[in-house]
Design a protein around this ligand. Structure first.
Ligand SMILES: *Cc1c(COP(=O)(O)O)cnc(C)c1O
Length: 372
């Protein structure tokens, strides 16, 4: 196997020089966690940037802990949650952590998002108390139909938008009634800081969310269900520095995505993320291969030094070791999950690799796959 010339992930976090002085303030004050000044500042900036009036950002230790806590705040143990079968393991784990019962729902094969028809079908036979939707690969699609379906059915929605933060078109939270969205600041995402997350929620929910991020401790010292999911000051300092770079990072990623579109648009038998609005974070570039096995694509790419990855494979239905309720057909999610290969999207930091990457794709990988 050839050496990896083009790694799948080249995280781009801010240089310590950009945050060390900020962190020093917390350091000198001796406050390192528990809703300190830097995490509060990060929350305020995130609120200003991404929230409509009446909605707030709460910093947390990861998207997984943020999802679990959002679910704990919104639902009672034992309630049932319809969830897209096409997602990362974390979505499922957060539902289990909140002691809720996942009900698997298929996806729309075009958008790769939860299918409203499939959700509606599940509701006919199964009692469902809420919905967890996913922004696949961080692609920011239009959720309006889902939200209106759920609001007329009386179903609260929590959106796992983990890979979605960073794009200029990240929607204003609060455009849909009572919406909650959780994003990840993991090093591998577009808005990377190491480990971290943000919960966007209606402001009245903030005290419950903060309590549950802090062991569930209540003002009277009793404790409801909760975890330790707080963001510490060091990560908040990195987050504040990343916030000032994120526009540049995303604009570069968008250019890379555009080159992938140009490259792949010549081919038949593939599905590209074409329903993607300008300004998506472009964490990676997912391609659904209809005529070629994903395994072949990955092997041939590796021969030419390109590292690719499969995400959302296996699906929850095929990956979870515990039994999960499956009231509807999951054919679309299972088939597409087997057929997706994700290609790397770099920032300017790794910009010198791009020329070689696209030359190799065009001159070696695509001809090898399509025998041209
Ligand atoms: C990355 C990811 C997560 C997990 O985020 P963490 O911050 O690492 O916990 C959850 N859901 C989806 C869809 C993801 O892509």
């Amino acid at each position: 196997m050839a050496l990896v010339k083009y790694p799948f992930l080249i995280p781009d976090l801010p240089d310590p020089a950009l945050w060390i002085n900020k962190y020093r303030k917390s350091y000198d004050a001796g406050q390192f966690s528990n809703f300190g000044p830097l995490s509060t500042e990060l929350e305020n900036q995130m609120t200003e940037r991404y929230c409509s009036p009446g909605y707030s950002a709460v910093a947390c230790s990861s998207a997984t802990s943020g999802l679990a806590v959002a679910l704990l705040s919104k639902f009672q143990p034992g309630q049932t949650i319809a969830v897209s079968n096409f997602t990362f393991a974390a979505t499922y784990q957060a539902i289990r952590m909140a002691r809720l019962e996942p009900i698997l729902i298929d996806i729309d094969p075009e958008t790769l998002e939860i299918s409203i028809a499939s959700l509606d079908q599940a509701c006919q036979t199964t009692s469902i108390d809420g919905v967890v939707a996913v922004r696949p690969y961080g692609i920011i699609g239009d959720n309006t139909q889902l939200h209106s379906y759920c609001s007329s059915a009386g179903l609260p929605v929590v959106v796992d938008g983990a890979a979605g933060l960073g794009g200029s078109r990240f929607p204003k939270i609060g455009s849909h009634h009572e919406e909650i969205e959780v994003v990840s600041l993991h090093a591998t995402k577009t808005f990377g800081i190491g480990e971290g997350g943000i919960i966007f929620c209606p402001t009245p929910l903030v005290p419950s969310i903060r309590s549950r991020l802090n062991f569930g401790i209540l003002p009277n010292r009793r404790y409801q269900s909760g975890i330790n999911g707080k963001m510490d000051e060091l990560h908040a300092a990195v987050g504040l520095a990343q916030l000032s770079r994120i526009g540049d990072l995303q604009r570069f990623r968008e250019k890379v995505a555009k080159r992938y579109f140009e490259l792949f648009s010549l081919l038949d038998g593939i599905q590209l993320p074409t329903l993607v609005p300008q300004g998506t974070a472009w964490n990676m570039f997912p391609v659904v291969f209809r005529d070629i096995l994903a395994e072949n694509v990955i092997t041939v790419a590796a021969k030419h030094g390109i590292e690719t990855r499969r995400y959302y494979w296996p699906t929850i239905s095929e990956g979870a070791t515990e039994d999960v309720a499956q009231p509807v057909s999951l054919r679309n999610s299972e088939e597409i999950s087997r057929a997706v290969v994700c290609f790397p999207v770099y920032t300017a930091k790794a910009g010198d690799l791009l020329k070689g990457l696209f030359q190799t794709m065009e001159n070696d990988l695509l001809p090898a796959l399509y025998n041209k």
